[in-house]
Design a protein. Structure first.
Length: 156
C-alpha cells in the first residue's frame, strides 16, 4: 500500500511502466469530467472506473482483493475511510471471479488493519497483497455521497 498525493505520484512511476503511464494520464485529465463507469487508458491493461456512491458504516463495508490488478483509489469529492490489511491474513468469503478480478474476503475479529482517511488530492495504491475495505463513512458515523475514481492496472 502506498498513500501519496497527485504531486508526489511521479516518485512511484519507476515501479512499473504502466504505473508511470497511469500517472501521466491522471495528471493531465480532469477526473471530475469523466463519465460514470469505465474509461479505457490502455484497454484491459490500464483503465479507470468513475463512480458515485453513498458511504456506509464499517460493519457493512466488505473486504476485497484482486489477483491481477493493482488499484489507484482516489476520492474526488467528499471523504471516505478505507481499511487495509495483508491479504494473507484474510479468509475467502466467495469464489474468485476472474472476469472482474474480484474476491470478497473477511478478516478475523480482532485482526489489525490500517485505516486511511481518503480526501481529494490524495491517492492510495493497493496491490494484490493488500486486502482493502473501501466506502466507509469519512467521519465514521455519517453517510455521505462520495465521488471516486479507481484506476485498475494489470500487473502480471
Amino acid at each position: 500500500m502506498i498513500v501519496t498525493t497527485f504531486e508526489d505520484s511521479k516518485r512511484y512511476a519507476s515501479i512499473s511502466p504502466k504505473l508511470e503511464k497511469a500517472f501521466v494520464w491522471l495528471n493531465s485529465h480532469n477526473l471530475m469530467e469523466l463519465p460514470q463507469g469505465r474509461t479505457d487508458i490502455e484497454g484491459d491493461e490500464i483503465y479507470i472506473n468513475r463512480s458515485s456512491f453513498t458511504s456506509k458504516p464499517r460493519e457493512e463495508a466488505r473486504w476485497e482483493i484482486h489477483h491481477h490488478y493493482l488499484d489507484i483509489q482516489m476520492v474526488l469529492a467528499g471523504q471516505e475511510q478505507m481499511d487495509v490489511t495483508p491479504a494473507s491474513l484474510t479468509t475467502n468469503v466467495d469464489e474468485y471471479n476472474a472476469t472482474t478480478d474480484y474476491q470478497q474476503v473477511d478478516s478475523k475479529p480482532g485482526d489489525s488493519f490500517q485505516t486511511i482517511l481518503m480526501v481529494p488530492g490524495q491517492m492510495t495504491i493497493v496491490f494484490p497483497e493488500d486486502a482493502h475495505r473501501p466506502a466507509i463513512h469519512g467521519d465514521g458515523r455519517t453517510a455521505a455521497t462520495i465521488e471516486k475514481a479507481v484506476v485498475k492496472i494489470r500487473i502480471d
